[in-house]
Design a protein around this ligand. Sequence first.
Ligand code: MG
Length: 213
Amino acid sequence: MPPLSEDLAAVASATTGFLPEDEARALYDAAVSAPAGTWLEVGTYCGKSTVHLGGAARAAGAQLVTLDHHRGSEENQPGWEWHDPSLVDPYTGRLETLPSLRHTLWDAGLDDVVTAVVGSTQQVARWWTSPLTFLFLDGNHTEEVAQHDYAAFARYVMPGALLAVHDVFEDPADGGRPPYNVVLRALGSGAFVQEQQCGSLRVLRRTAGPWQD
Ligand code: MG
């Protein structure tokens, strides 16, 4: 499969977000090797990783769904470490990243490959039933929500398909533990085996056999 085009790489690196270049490349390489079908990204923000995944989806013949309520996680709120005042919507006074995502997808020309779903993972989990051939977990990093997102969506990852988890830090000194705990849960269940690690990105493959959690 080809690497991400220079045009899309330029759009991705100009997009606000939290994804180092080496991890972005590893994410693209994993995704582009995934089967065609439906892919799901949990945690869109302004669409930086969405460009990498969308480019991979186009190359692989897949459709990418990217899910976010677009009002930011705790760490993006005013007074917190990762707050960006330019992303506050003056109408609501709240963080609002949906317009940024729309502009990113427009610049990337990925509107026909990427479907943005706007809502919380708890809302969408109530009706989601589609089998997945790639799942990227990069949403809210509290223990409660990280575990929820895994429980809600990992069960739809088909045998042989891929699960990627971002911001996985084994050492608590490097970052929050919930994504690491999710990886431990996935490996401990026997439903996934680890295939690759790049920085804080882990890529796991769904084993054969029935779902177990
Ligand atoms: Mg992340």
